[in-house]
Design a protein around this ligand. Sequence first.
Ligand code: NDP
Ligand SMILES: O=C1OC[C@@H](O)[C@H](O)[C@H]1O
Length: 364
Amino acid sequence: MTYVLRWGIMATGGIAELFIRDITLDPKSRGVTDVDHRPVAVASRSLDKAQSFISEHAPPELQGSIKPYGSYSELLSDPDVDCVYIATPASSHYDNTLEALRAGKNVLCEKPFTVNAAQAKHLLAVAKEKDVFLMEGVWTRFFPLALSFKRLLHEEKLLGRIHRLYSDFSVEFPLDPSHRMYTSATAGGALLDLGVYMTVWTMLTCYHHPDNDRRPPDVMKAVQFRSPISPDVDESTSVITLWENPKIMAIGTVSMMTDSPPECAIRVQGEKGELIIPIHGSRPEKIIVRLKAGGMGERVYNFPIPGQGLFWEADAVARDIRDGKKFDNNYPVEESIFVMELMDEIRRQNSLKFPEEIEHVEPC
Ligand SMILES: NC(=O)C1=CN([C@@H]2O[C@H](COP(=O)(O)OP(=O)(O)OC[C@H]3O[C@@H](n4cnc5c(N)ncnc54)[C@H](OP(=O)(O)O)[C@@H]3O)[C@@H](O)[C@H]2O)C=CC1
Ligand SMILES: O=C1OC[C@@H](O)[C@H](O)[C@H]1O
């Protein structure tokens, strides 16, 4: 029997539009029959916005059954909502998730999970106390491509020993000082917003390497340029991490001044050859493996995405909640905390601070 998860969507911005479209696609189009999704409520800070969002982005046949709310709190008291999808700016994730967990709701919160690791740790503690499900929505981690990437490197060991990783996630944003990316008050800047994707490949290559066994890097050095129009946020960040055992050097870059190189956003180099992921790193569709002479030559693995691709993380959440799990095995909250610790250290090395109001952590 198909398990149907009832979603409440918090906020009506760009990613919320893509999410409601994706979860209302027929799951059979991606070969899924065990779970499905039903948006049952949408909340905005304005009732008009919630209503327009539903009429513009929900499928016509569902529009009459989705409740619009003019405040986030109303959504959290709706007993029909099984899980809340939090799609507010990063600066609000901690407060919104905390309120949702305290209301007893399961939560999928968009990336970046929080502004700092202390907030992430607090959310984990509250989720445990309330016995509800919690996950950061790093959709890329749920792509079939990402699962194959890990398998090719660590189970099939196609490249033999891995020596080096380059991981870039860059998006050219127009210079607009009012945009959330250029505003410190919304935790803008390249590091927190784009850095999550750069980190996905470092985690899968190094952190998850069987010889590393989920230990932090031995060395990490990071440099940043601040934005000339908003010096309180970073315009670009480069990070080098050394993982002594299995001896991998990982170079990660993010920028909001230029796009990722389309032909090679991710490159893993090993003793037997290299693995490349072309195009943009958050929604990749292809892996290319090139082995050195004597190997199998070039092999291309295609992973078509029948929609935007947010449904794969939603499917994982539905299965977890159906099965009574409180955390996801593929992307547990501990890994979100680890990523936030890296981000904290990168900011510490570069004296980058956000306003106190968004760095705050409530007493336990
Ligand atoms: N997974 C992915 O591919 C992507 C993820 N994201 C992540 O999703 C989150 C939202 O990004 P995105 O949708 O692009 O952002 P938008 O600016 O388009 O939308 C954010 C929404 O949050 C609500 N909101 C609440 N408080 C504020 C505030 N102080 N200022 C502005 N808006 C506020 C608003 O909804 P309302 O007015 O209805 O309350 C607004 O529409 C971010 O954390 C981002 O990193 C973003 C893009 C892609
Ligand atoms: O998650 C994201 O992916 C695409 C980017 O354009 C966006 O800023 C970011 O939030």
